[in-house]
Ligand binder design. Sequence first.
Ligand SMILES: [Mg+2]
Length: 401
Amino acid sequence: MVRQCVILVGGMGTRLGDLTKAVPKPMLPVNGRPFVDMLIDEAARHGFDRIVLLAGYLGGQVMEHCAGTRRIAGRDIEVSVIVEPEAAGTGGALTFLRDVAEDNFLLMNGDSWFDLDLREFATVEPGTTPFLLRMALRPVADASRFGTVTLEGDRVRAFLPRGTAEGGLMNAGIYLVRRALLDQIYRKPCSLEGDIFPMLAGHGLIQGKVRDAFLIDIGVPADYAAAPELLAKHRTRPAVFFDRDGVLNHDAGYTHKPEELVWLPGAKEAIGQVNRMGWYAFVVTNQGGIGRGLYGIRDAEAFHARMNEDLAETGAHIDEFRLSPFHPQGSVPEFTGDSPCRKPNPGMLTDLAALWPIDMARSLMFGDKQSDMQAAAAAGVRGILHEGGDLQARLNAALRG
Ligand SMILES: [Mg+2]
């Protein structure tokens, strides 16, 4: 499972004029937070927990704000910052990754957001012709502002300057990179777009993946000004809340060991479908075994990490796992008694709704117990009882009804 995500945040941002005189572009505020924070959140919810920021211009600010461990989506996310010692271009900057790059990593521009399922994008189907770089491509009707590519089968063959074609496919600024690509960069400065990509394309080493989705680039003033409203609108979407035991995995009673994970019929497929729809996928699970002292929170988290590793093989993911460790008759004092987050109370759902931009009125909750249905109702979410059978079939029936 690819877990490293590299974000290019070194640009000068000259097109933004005075805005970037004292602040590097990815640190510009959008809806009250530096833009790059939203990109880190996006990577985190797709299961990328090792983030590397390649900084340059005013890199000290990036270092000061971003470096360290953050808790996002219930996971510890390590953010490290490399400030390039000299301006090496977007291609040359990658050479500073040689000591830290993993075999495969996601690479993205730090000044744009493309609404892509990053986990699906980072999953390579068996039998795929080898590539050094997978590039996300987006259809554009008017190519006067963008360079485009020519695609033959799944290979990018050439790059056309802006204005050459009427419309076509543009580079959307997100890549899956094989570490071996770094060995192809031996002079600095050099540009990914100008030097490295055309060379790779000539050898058939770039695979293109076309996705028609929302993209915003904050690198020009009009788009930066429009970003707050557009981002809020496009990131707000429904969620599917899944109870865990008895819905996603076989419930053997206080199941918590990763090796005991047995998926139920249609569960992985249902989660993948929710991902493809662009909806959030959450797990909300009572883990009273923790309150009873049978296992710890870290054990439950390890179980959830295994679930996401299994899901990643199919290009699917859970955005966040929420658990309630409480048990009414617990033996661990701090987790004994009732809690707003123990179902049938809605706390896990309402906490998620406070953190993520969720359209609750269109959201769904699948559970195998009445307490799941009560939690859903109290959170204003439509509950669907699932006591057995194929979960994906149940999801499709719910979406039709
Ligand atoms: Mg259950």
